[in-house]
Every structure is written in structure tokens, then in C-alpha cells.
Design a protein. Sequence first.
Lengths: 476, 101, 147
Amino acid sequence: MPQNSQEILLMLPHVVIGVGIVISLLIEMYSKKSETILPWISLFVFVFAGVHSIINISANQILFGGMLEVGGKPAIFNFIFNIGAALLILNSIDYIKKYESNHGEYYILIQSAILGMMVMAGSKDIFMIFIGLELMSIAFYVLAGINKKKSSSNEAALKYFLLGAFATGFIVYGIALIYGVSSTTSVDSIIQNFSTFTQNILFIVGLLLFIIGFSFKIAAFPFHMWVPDVYQGSATTVTGLMSTTGKTAAFSVLLIILSASLINYNIDIFAPYFAVIATLSMLYGSIVAIAQKNLKRMLAYSSISHAGYMAIGLAAANSEAFSGIIFYLAAYTFMNIGAFGIISIIEKQNDANTDLTAYAGLASKSPILAAFMSLFMFALAGIPPLAGFFGKYYVFISAIEADLTWLAVVGVFSSVISVYFYLRLVVYMYFKESEKDIDLHIDKYSLLSVVVSGILVIYFGISPDSLLNLILSVVN
Amino acid sequence: MQVPIEYYLILSAFMFSVGVAGVLIRRNAIIILMSIELMLNSANLALITFSSFMGNSIGQIFAFFVMTVAAAEAAIGLAIVIAIFRNKLTVNIDQINLFKW
Amino acid sequence: MLTEFGKIFIFILVAILFTIIAIYAAKLIRPSRPTKEKLDVYECGENIEGTPWVKFNIRFYVVALIFLIFDVEVVLLFPWALTYQDYGIYGFLVGIIFLVVLGLGMAYEWRKGDLEWARPTPKKVDVKFEKKNLLQTNSQINVESEN
């Protein structure tokens, strides 16, 4: 229960998105032109929530009787979720018409998913983690199958649903065991007594099930099988949202476990698990991506390998890793959203033009798109003056400090492999003649979204300190 | 005389394993959905057991939430299965293979 | 020392064993001479037509899905109804917000026409064409009845 006006002010982002969902639903019910009004409402809601979170970042408070944290670490995540979603909404306005599912529900579901993520990032209670996760996942299941007449979309939704719900089963059983040992659901009191609980085998099993469930959600290697199909089959904008903000939300929960081992020194029982997952994901993602001809599928495998790089930080389990992962997530979100934004511009009806060959000679047809696509590819590959490089750099540094130099070496090796398939696209765009005639229609809002993501990627690359200091100020 | 807590936990672990095996072995989407529900219900059993043996009610409240969320998930899942059945006239996941798994 | 559950367990065991022994004893003793007529589903001579796996109309599923959601959400209302008085106006408002959101979902379904029992809309057909069609079907029926 909110005690004073200060608390109400702090929970405004959640409230605004919640009210936004209700208003959007009413508009969808009673307006014939809901699909032209709703993008702007959701855009307003997301920009407001994102800006509000980043302004009130220093006002760290726990609301609802120890349930929800606002300000501080969740504020950074809220910023990533909301700005990422706002950029994707700009892309969707044009794209969703091409995808032949121009319904107002699309925007309502995106708002629900973002609300779920914000609840996950700010949760101080295992209850809230579960509720937020389900709010996000259920919205994503529907978003993946938003075009119900299309077989590829159906199939993506089914696969995502089956494996997502399977992972949920693991998470809920893990939560049950954790609760059984600790007899509380408050994250803080579990973290405080972490060292005594870890002597109980049931607690370890519960935590392991919980982590396995979230390994599904972050798309790490042995639990990655849904990723390529779902990313290829869903609408490109939805894929952009799933691969960036969805992954960030899952990592925000895994960071809670990391903070548990940070507070209780020398208890990182799961470091070997994360080290194995990180190694396998990085290598598998980078190597298999080389064989892909479809760009969405290629970025899906790249997403697996990026999950591996971030898991290095979880294995290192020190405070550098903590801020490094958050930086990496922010950088990854904006460069991936930019890349998917460009794919959504070039894609045509019936999944046409998502192959590499469609990008041949793009530089002569649209120099600006080609330039931005190369920028995002360089950033994803981790080439120095861009945001992606510093994300990898901080994570590798944390691994070296934790005496896991071999993990950092594997990471660098896998980055070198991944340069091949990222730069192959650049080569296609600049040095190949276009085989088929593709008429480009560049929507101005989509272009705006791509430009904003590009500027953010360059800005985080040129002055990484600005973001890193912000993260460090809330982590400590 | 009270039934010891281990019995409940073993039953719930057994249910969970049956659910996991069902998801991994069965090929019918509806039966996979039922197996997932079995997993969630085994978690509910564990939650309620812990809750009643420790004498705090958090676990039971959590079980309520798991139930409602499971219902929402089942509804979404069935809706997706119906959509796919309309297009492909099958719910066998081996035949839903537009992309390779 | 047996508990109440133990007695029930022994009852269950006896029941299962009795059934199995009875069935197998009968199988050992009785003669087995199957014929085609005996193996038919309807021994009285009715022939089987088609499978019993009839496909239900898809609209049953929609109603079932809606029922599933709204039925289970009521679970959250029971604990609320028992305790909301302890929390004053705030406890009341929380429940009301929940109900309003549920009602909104209901209104949404109603508005989108998922609660209506969708009948196949009669197609507007060219009158002449329809007449010709009717004639055809009539003649077909005649032919069939003659046969």
C-alpha cells in the first residue's frame, strides 16, 4: 500500500503502463481505427516510463511491503526495456502492415510483456519473479503467433509455447523447493541466509531447477533448441523484442543469484555450471551461425552466442561482472534492435527478402541503411569503438579477475569466429551485385528508430563511462 | 498419526518426473500440454506440503497463483494448438516441421 | 499397528488382487473359440459406420477456453472474500480492481463476438442459379429413390 505521494511518484512507470493497457483495450473495443491510434499511445507510455525511470534512478525504494523495488538497479533495466520497446513500436507501425496482422492487440500485448519484464527486474520476492515472468511469457507466446493464418508464425508460437511452458514448470518446482527450505519467499532474507541454506541439498536442487528454467529463457546452449525456429518464424519486430528485452529480463533475475554469491563471499556453487554453459553457447552459436543463409536465423544463433558471453560474467561472479553484464545487456539491446529494425524494413510479404542474397548491393540502393547495418554488425562482432566491444571487454576483464582466464580466451576465440559471419553481410552489401530487383520502401518512422539505435550504439561506444558510471552508482 | 513429509515430497517428485518424461517422449501437442500441467501441479503439491508442515500460509497463496497462471497458460496453449490445427490439420509435433527443430 | 489409511490400503490391495485373480482364473478355465460375429462391436448385427472420433465444431473450443480462464480466476476471489475486511478500504479496492480487469476482459470478448454462437451466414446466391441447383438436387433425389 503506498504510504505517501513520494511512493506513488516512484511507481508511476508501472502504473502508467498498467493504465495504458486498460485504455488501449478500451480503444481497441470501441474504435474502428484502433491500429492507427494505439502505436502512439504505447509509444508515449514507453517513452514516459523509460525517461521517468532514468530520472529517478537515485531514488531507490522498496514498495508494496517488500515486493517491488523501484529506482536503482531496476531503473536501469526499466530504461532498457522501455526505450527498446519504444524503438520497436516505431518499426512496427510500417512492418506489421506488411506482416498482414495489423491488429490493435499487437500493441496491447507488447505493453503487457514490458510490464511483466519491469515486474521481473524489480522483484524482491519470488512471487513477483514468477508473476512477471508469466506476464511476459504469455504475452510473447501470443505475439509469436500474432498472424494466425501463417504456418510459420503458428509453428513458432507452438514451439515457443511448449518449451517456454516446460521451462516454467522447472522454475515453479525450483521455487517450491527453495521456499520449502527457506520458509520465506523474500529474496533479501534468502540472500542473507544463503550460506546456511546451501548446506541443504534440497535448496541446491531447487536453485538448480530455477537456474535451468532461466537458462531456457536466456537461450543458452543446451536449452537453445527453440531459439532459431522461433526467431525465424515470428514477426521480425517481435523477434527483436524477444531477443533483446526478453533476454535482459531473464538476466535481471539471474543477476539476483549472482548478487547472492557476491554478498556471501566464496559461495559461487553455480560458477562451474555457468562456465560450461558459457563455453558451449559461445562456440555453438558462433560456429552454427556461419552455415546460416537466413538473416533472422543467423541472428538467432548470434543471440545464443551472446547469451554465452554474458554467462561468462555469471561464472566470474564478482562486482565487475555485475556491472559488465548490465552494460553488455544495454549495448546488446540497442544494437540488436537496430539490426532487426533494418531487417524489418527490407522484409516483404510472406517472409521474402530475409535471405543474405537480398542484401547484395544494398549499399548502392540505400547507402544509409547499408551504413547503419554495417554499424550494427561491427558492434555485434565487437569491433573497438562501438558499444558491443566494451560490453565484451568488461565481461572478459571480470573473468580474468576471477581467475577464469581460459573462459576469456574462449570468448575472444569465439568472437573471432563470429567476425566472419557478421562481416560476410557487410561484404554482401558493399561488394556484391544485387541479383534480384528489390524495390525498397523505407518508412520514415522505421528509419528514425534505426537512427536512434545507431546513435545510442555509437554513444555507448565512444563514451562507455557515461553508462558505466550510472550502472556503478546503483550497483554499489 | 500424521503422514510424514517425505511421502508427499516423493509423490510430488514422482509426478514432476512423469511430467518431464511426458514432455520429452510424447509427440502429441495436447498430451505435452497435459504433461506440463502435471509438472505445475506437482510443484503445487510440494508448495502446499511445505506450507502446511511449516505452518505458514505463503505456499498456499503461491499455489493459488500457480493455478491461475497455469489456467491462463493452458488457454493460450490450446488456442495456439487450435490455430495450428486449422492450418495443418495435425497436432503431432513431428509433422509441424516447417523449420527443422 | 495399522492406521486408518493402512486399512484402506489393505482394502485397495485386496480389491486389485481379487480382480486380477478372478479375470485370469476365468481366462484359464473358459473355452476360447472366437468367430467373426463374436468379435464385432455390435454383436446384434449392426455394421459399424465410420470411427467414433467425431470432430467437434471449433466453436466449442472457444467457449471452453473462455470458461477455463474465468472459472479458475475465481480461485483468487475466495481468499480475498475471507480477509478483505481486515485491510479496510484498501483491501476492498484491490479486489475491485481485479474484478474490473476481469470484467474488462469479459467485455472485450463480448465486443469481439467470441461469446456469440457463430452460425454460418446464409450465402447470397443468384436466384436463377439457385433454382437450377434445386432442380438438380430434386432430380438427384428422384434418381436415388428410384434406385
